[in-house]
Design a protein around this ligand. Structure first.
Ligand code: AMP
Length: 401
């Protein structure tokens, strides 16, 4: 089935047209600055080189019309007719407590996405705009919402509740939700396939380490705990996000610097993490280069980042009891051998022994980077969230979970 995967931001529309039978990406593109005057549209359709053009699009509906036009155009088309699109899959950030699985989009589902908008005010409204645009332009197509949070809805209460007065959970649904669910599920499936074992029979710790990062404990294919929380700010140190810290720190800084909640939020989300600590960049490539040259703050940043990751890995080992594999994915997890080597140091007693040579040469390919003597496997598994959305879309239409 050909699935159009759509991911809408406040002024952007990202898409991939995927043939699920072969996992082939037939076309992909990005429309940026929607509604902001000069709208930029870059796309790669079929085997043709990347093309960048300026278009007119006052809103997501107009942007979508341009995209659909290009998918069937004589010069850049990959389809003879839009009838070839079997379904549309949408990335939706927050499903709250309403969605354990991806869902066929109905009026009720739209209402629930709207209601969960309070939990993700920057993401759910534009995600919904994309859904409504598709409804308007392609009313006969089946649409599916694939939620970043849904995979983590299997977490037990003890993992997702914060020790705040219970009334805040009841009043505002304050609890841990977790994110990157599509990625954690995808790499878990791929890891099981690679190990030649049913996903239901293995326990995994999946480390999605990118600009945003999260770590998940997965037992028998179900998320048992995850490092991101009520928002994607909790957990390990990230590109520009602080990750977990003593909540008293923010109260103290707010008081000392006279900051509003919005200013504090910017500080924690945009100016902290790898960028804030290093003062160099949010990109690990630059941190590694600076650390190699002896820059103290770059070295410190690496150490603090790895320390935060290892705390979760250790905690989840204890929670899971037995871990068959630790999986590294996303920009840092797939490419940064230094971070992987530091994360896996001195874990022999826990049954994990890294093949240092293999680790150094592995980049972006599905590889077992543990020694054959290692009881637990250490895997690099490239993530593919768009493909997962396409597959989940197809499964929903076929009545599978
Ligand atoms: P993502 O959010 O998954 O796209 O990951 C983006 C991040 O991955 C970048 O900000 C970098 O920190 C990191 N990254 C990408 N490529 C490399 C690389 N070759 N070596 C180290 N880090 C990398």
């Amino acid at each position: 089935m050909k699935v159009l995967v759509v991911n809408c931001g406040s002024s952007s529309l990202k898409y991939q047209l995927i043939e699920t039978k072969t996992s082939e990406v037939l076309a992909k593109g990005l429309v940026e600055r929607i509604g902001l005057g000069e709208v930029e549209y870059s796309f790669t359709h079929g085997q043709k080189p990347k093309t960048k053009i300026g278009i007119q699009a006052k809103n997501h509906t107009e942007a979508l019309k341009e995209v659909l036009g290009k998918l069937v155009s004589p010069d850049h088309g990959v389809l003879t007719s839009l009838d070839e699109i079997g379904a549309i899959g949408h990335r939706v950030v927050h499903g709250g407590e309403s969605f354990y699985h991806s869902a066929l989009i109905t009026d009720e589902v739209i209402k629930a996405i709207e209601a969960n908008g309070e939990l993700a005010p920057l993401h759910n409204p534009p995600n919904l705009q994309g859904i409504l645009a598709c409804k308007e332009v392609l009313p006969s197509k089946k649409q599916v919402a694939v939620f970043d949070t849904a995979f983590h809805q299997t977490m037990p209460e003890r993992s997702y509740m914060y020790a705040l007065p219970y009334e805040y959970y009841e009043k505002y649904k304050i609890r841990r939700y977790g994110f990157h669910g599509t990625s954690h599920r995808y790499v878990a499936m791929k890891a099981a396939e690679f190990l030649g074992k049913p996903l239901e029979s293995i326990n995994l710790i999946t480390c999605h380490l990118g600009n945003g990062s999260s770590i998940t404990a997965i037992a028998g294919g179900k998320s048992m705990d995850t490092s991101m929380g009520f928002t994607p700010l909790e957990g390990v140190v990230m590109g520009t996000r602080s990750g977990s810290l003593d909540p008293a720190v923010l109260l103290y800084i707010m008081e000392k610097e006279n900051l509003t909640p919005k200013q504090m939020s910017d500080l924690l989300n945009k100016k902290s993490g790898i960028l804030g600590l290093s003062g160099i960049s949010n990109d690990m490539r630059e941190i590694n280069d600076a650390a190699d040259k002896g820059n103290h703050r770059a070295k410190l940043t690496l150490e603090v980042l790895v320390h935060s990751i290892r705390r979760y890995i250790g905690g989840y080992m204890v929670e899971l009891g037995r871990v068959d594999a630790i999986v590294f994915t996303a920009g840092i997890g797939e490419n940064d051998w230094v971070v992987r080597e530091m994360c896996m140091a001195n874990m022999e007693n826990w049954g994990f022994v890294l093949d240092k040579e293999k680790n150094r040469t592995t980049r972006g390919t599905l590889t077992d980077i543990s020694l054959s003597s290692s009881k637990g496997k250490i895997l690099v598994v490239p993530t593919n969230e768009e493909l997962m959305i396409a597959l989940e879309t197809q499964w929903v239409l076929e009545g599978k979970e």
